[in-house]
Design a protein around this ligand. Structure first.
Ligand code: FUL
Length: 506
């Protein structure tokens, strides 16, 4: 995607990856001592685990963004903060429709753009006039954050908020202390007036204020405020809990580690590298980065659990534009995104932008419904269920196909390789393998292979490196009575929570 909205996030994420992650230690973090050798470091890496909030978030698999605001009415991706607020009047707005559509698509948590770069607040903040109270919407008595939060509550949906640090409207932007203080007030309003918040999403876009000075953000203070007011919330993207995957194409890495090096330089580099204006050229994507290999870990001063979130839009832009009505991703396109995000050890954050009426458009609704149908038809039946499972050095074979990802198969002792044979319950035809590690004890598998017994011999049908929370691999359809999973390399005893074979819906 080439629209300008990409540039800020690419810029900040590049910065983030080059420099290490924001501070705020997690319980599972470990430090590396100068005396540690490679074996020590790899053993430590195999024991880094997610925090409770990270684990809960990872298990959601599917989350959604709702980009909605003044840009929806001006047909822009980035507003400049000078917009006439009288244009904002989503006459039929129904946040319950948004959440119902998301829920029916299998989405478990949603994030609303409470304030984008244009500075327009979807709630009646007491700290700026650039808000919904100065629009015709409900004659200035509306509060879309509240409508959204209430709908989430009603549907049992996780509730998250995006708040842009970059603000092209605020006169105090650039006067760092003053603006940071204002930002604390906004955060406090959002974190105290709308009940439980499950995710707070910051991007790192950063620029100069009207005084010509570059704003220096007080991320550490913001994180501490969130931890104090909403301790269960994950802080995403420009935050310590959840990492931007490195592209807005919806493609995760084939090798995607959640255990990454913690490097010494942190917050101070953020502002130095963030974009200054909308002419900033996108830097491309970050997908070639090797983030968590053994070589990377050897250079680290510490190790952290920092899992990938794959954000992508159902449409070409983040905000709604009429011209994109025919460009909504199809059910097949959404299924592809599932494979390339969740199927590569990530969480999908799918943007579904409401239109100017304040509703999710029919085209988007139909695609999401079609995708859900395809997901169910594909994944509801595990063709490996009922298999007789044998592994010479393994324990708890029954856990592999019990449909419960909190029970797991592992090796005896600390064996790091193993072969697991599945005698299927009859002849089966499949074209997808699904694997899950028990990540609450760490991420360990470095290399695996799947073979099928066809025409009297074993044939390799899939190979992979990392598994993590979930790994899905597609291959040309195979009909077989037996398959063999070989763990070729692991950082410690591998723990496999689930093994599945599936047939993609026709
Ligand atoms: C970026 C923004 O510039 C885009 O408009 C969008 O909100 C994306 C998710 O993050 O930094």
């Amino acid at each position: 995607m080439t629209y300008t909205g990409c540039s800020a996030i690419i810029c900040f994420a590049l910065t983030l990856m080059c420099m290490g992650q924001p501070a705020v230690a997690q319980s599972g973090d470990v430090s590396i001592l100068p005396t540690d050798n490679e074996a020590d470091i790899i053993r430590k890496a195999a024991h880094v685990v997610p925090s409770a909030r990270q684990l809960r978030w990872q298990e959601l698999e599917l989350t959604a963004f709702f980009h909605f605001g003044i840009n929806t009415f001006t047909d822009r991706e980035w507003g400049d903060g000078k917009e006439d607020l009288s244009v904002f009047n989503p006459a039929q707005l129904d946040a319950r429709q948004w959440i119902k559509v998301a829920k029916e698509a299998g989405i478990k948590q949603v994030i609303l753009t409470a304030k984008h770069h244009d500075g327009f607040c979807l709630w009646p903040s007491a700290y700026t006039d650039h808000t919904i109270k100065n629009t015709p919407y409900k004659n200035g008595h509306g509060d879309i954050v509240k409508e959204f939060a209430d709908a989430c509550r009603e549907y049992g949906m996780g509730f998250g908020l995006y708040l842009s640090p970059w603000d092209r409207n605020s006169p105090s932007y650039g006067d760092s202390a003053k603006y940071n203080d204002l930002f604390m007030h906004w955060l406090t309003e959002l974190l105290t007036n709308y009940g439980k918040v499950d995710e707070v999403w910051f991007d790192g876009a950063n620029g100069e204020g009207p005084n010509g000075k570059k704003q220096v953000y007080a991320f550490e203070a913001w994180y501490q405020l969130i931890r104090r007011l909403q301790p269960q919330a994950v802080i995403a993207s420009m935050g310590p809990d959840v990492r931007w995957v490195g592209t807005e194409t919806g493609q995760g890495r084939l090798t995607e580690w959640s255990v990454l090096p913690l490097n010494a330089t942190q917050q101070e580099n953020i502002a130095a590298n963030s974009q200054k204006d909308m002419t900033f050229a996108p830097l491309g994507n970050m997908m070639n980065e090797d983030l968590g290999s053994r070589q990377q870990l050897m250079k680290a001063s510490g190790l952290i659990w920092y899992p990938a979130e794959t954000d992508v839009s159902i449409r070409p832009g983040w905000f709604y534009h009429d011209k994109d009505d025919a460009k909504v991703r199809t059910p097949t396109g959404l299924m592809d995104l599932y494979f390339s995000s969740v199927g590569r050890n990530g969480v999908l954050l799918l943007n579904i932008p409401p239109n100017r009426q304040g509703l999710i458009s029919d085209a988007d609704v139909h695609s999401l419904q079609g995708w859900r149908k395809d997901m169910e038809a594909t994944f509801n039946v595990n063709l490996a269920a009922g298999a007789v499972v044998k592994s010479a050095n393994g324990r708890h074979a029954e856990a592999l196909t019990d449909g419960n990802f909190t029970t797991y198969w592992t090796t005896r002792g600390n064996d790091t390789t193993a072969t697991i044979d599945f005698a299927l319950a009859g002849e089966k035809t499949f074209d997808i393998v699904g694997l899950q590690e028990e990540i609450s004890v760490g991420q360990r598998v470095e290399k695996f292979r799947l073979e099928a017994y066809e025409a009297g011999k074993w044939t390799t049908i899939a190979e992979g490196t990392t598994i993590g929370y979930k790994r899905l691999i597609q291959f040309p359809a195979v009909t077989a009575r037996a398959v063999r999973l070989t763990i070729l390399s692991s950082r410690l005893n591998p723990t496999i929570a689930e093994f599945g074979l599936y047939k993609l819906v026709e």
